[in-house]
Every structure is written in structure tokens, then in C-alpha cells.
Design a protein around this ligand. Sequence first.
Ligand code: AMP
Length: 411
Amino acid sequence: MDLSIATPHALILVINCGSSSLKFALYSAARREPLLVGLAERLGAPESSIRFDLDGARSLVKLEGAAHAGALAALLEQLQKLGWLKNVCAVGHRVVHGGEHFTASALITPAIINDIEACCPLAPLHNPANLLGIRAMLEGMPNIPQVAVFDTAFHQTMPVAAYLYALPRRYQRELGVRRYGFHGTSHRYVAGEAERFLELDPADHGLVIAHLGNGCSATAVKNGASVDTTMGLTPLEGLVMGTRSGDVDFGALCYIAQHTGLDLAGLDSMLNKESGLLGLSELSNDCRTLEAAAAEGHQGAAEAIAVFTHRLARHIGGLAMSLSRLDAVVFTGGIGENSSLIRKLTIARLGVLGIDLDPVANDQMKGGKSGFVSRSRQPAAIVIPTDEEWMIACDTIALAEIITTTGLSTL
Ligand code: AMP
């Protein structure tokens, strides 16, 4: 069958490779709901497995210690069994760090692979895993166009004032030390949806988007472009997260190192894995667990939520100063979309921006709904569910279409 991306049977596979996990989603070019989603976990360990969610039914396949290539082979085998493999026309890959090189998604070629490789020192845990997925898929489906979609690309429009650290310039020149920002695919998707939802003038609007999940970041978006964001060289800076600290005085870290003997690797691990909501509450990194515990009087949980919302409101206020007008604060991600408590406590601090809570609308807003959670409309507070996988699929369709219409070959 001669299948082009433009035909209704064309399928797009979206792959998100982590260091020991692999998430995937299969889309039809004509439909936003994925046909098949799944997750391979504990890759490389004896208990590795891959699960498939299809039409509300879940199946699990043991991978017997296989790593990324084995998980992708199991995925392709499943697609073959379902009769869908022959219809896959393009593959989209999430890539965490695109450095200064990538300002947009890119069709994967050998040169692009080299460029992604060059960004590995900036994201040593993530980019090598992303490359494993890319290489395995190129081997498994060598004739299909593949696209890389970068977490950092959306933030490449940040002005120099927002992206430079006040460090000696040589570190930026020689090592690329600057603020890059992350969650760009989510911020870009949500910015577009918010612009449509609020019927904003594409050439004259301003948003602050709070992506609150296990990782959290907020971004100032001016006329569709990122102008400032809370994450930096790595996804550690900025807001309080599930297990990540966000902003901390480096002097405090020196003090901890001096008094505990923690070395750099120990500090890095403590800041990324033991801090945030987990470190503050000494209970959990999960917002739902903390809300339930706080309601029962757990002081650590209540204080973790208080620090989280204080820091968030403070950053939202700061980001608004990078805009020339503020139309809305937008909540998204697992916490932003579902936690009426986090939104309520945050919005309560945004009165100075002219935003006031609509308590009834806020309590009803969860489970993938979009809408207003403020009484104020200018500026407003709204919820827009994110959909990073669909955004990756859309970029993949757009770039793969270029190939089918021009006959260009990638590899
Ligand atoms: P994500 O990384 O976007 O999947 O978000 C994960 C976070 O969302 C976890 O902290 C969850 O506890 C939180 N979350 C999901 N549903 C709810 C809910 N109904 N209320 C509060 N937090 C939630």
C-alpha cells in the first residue's frame, strides 16, 4: 500500500525514552485520542516489562531483563499483531535537551543525531536515553521519517536578560552555561490552546503558564513566544517539585556540604531526589497524598503545600514582569489540572495582579476539563489540560508531510 501521512490510515508513533523507562502513544493522523498507549519500565533490570493500554484493556508483557531496544522490539511486534505496523508513517521522539542549536523540532538525519549527541553533556541522564530510542527505531523502521521534538526549543526565544546567569561570561562561552528552560512542548501546546480559548489577539497577549506535575515549571509567554521561564541549565531551578528543590541559596549547599561531608554527587542526588514536596513533608512526593495528610493534621504535609504555593505565586508574579500585558495565569499538569487546593492557595496570593478566585468553578475543575477558575476575566486564571504527546505527534505530522510532499529523504 502506498501510504502517505495525508491518508486517513496513516499512523504516528510517539516515543519518550527515559533512562529506565519508555512511554509511547500511537495516533491516527486524523484523531487526537491515541489508539494505543503504554509504558515499559525497569528497563535493563530482571523485572523489566512493557504494558499496553488498548480500548480500556491493559496487557502486560515481561521483557526478561531487556533494555530499550528490547522494549521497542516488543512494541513493534505488538503493532504487527494488531495489523498497524504497516500503517506507521512517522515516528516522533521526545528529546530533553536541544541546547542552543535547536529552536524547533527537526527531521532526524545523521547530522541531527550528531547535534543531539553534542547536547549530551547538558543532560547526561536524559539525552543518551533519548538517543537510544532514536537509534533503535531507526534500526527497526529504517524507511520511516523520524522527528525529534525538544523540551528546550520553545524557550530559545528568551531574551539575553532572561537566559544569562550572572556568572563569569567564560562559562557561557566555553561550556554553554545559561538558562535553557524545559517542559517547552507542554508550554507551547498550552499557550496555543489558551490563546484559542480566550480568543486572544495573536500579536498582543501575555500569559503565565504553570506546568505543575512531578516536575514543575512556569513560563511567561508573550504573543506565543517564551520570554522567561523558571527552569535553567537543568530542570532543577525554580519551583518546588515532587522530589526536586527548585531555587536554593548556593551558600546553603556549601554549608550543608561542610557540615555533612556530602560531595557534589551527593548534593546533586539530594537536591533532585530527596527534596521538594518529599523532603519538606518527610512523607511523600505525591500531591494527592499530601493533601489527604494535611487534611488530617499532618504538619509536614501542610507546610510542604504552603512552601509550594508560596514559591509558585512568587514566580508567577516575577514572570508577569516579563510581559507587557497579562491576560491569564494558566494551570496545567497533573497538579495544575486536578488540585483545587493548590490553585486556591496560589490564586489567593495573586490579588495584587487583579486575579480573584471563583471557588465554585475551581472546585469543579478536574479530570481533563478546561475553563475559568477566577471570577476576574482580565486577567483571568484558567485551567488547560496539557497534551505533550499530541503536540509531538503534530510536529511529526508537519515535518513528515514535508518529506511526502517534496520526496525528500532523511537517511
Ligand atoms: P504529572 O507528572 O503531570 O502526571 O503529575 C503528577 C502529580 O499530579 C502528582 O503529584 C499527583 O499527586 C498530582 N495529582 C494528580 N491528580 C491529582 C488530584 N486529583 N489532586 C491533587 N493532585 C493530583
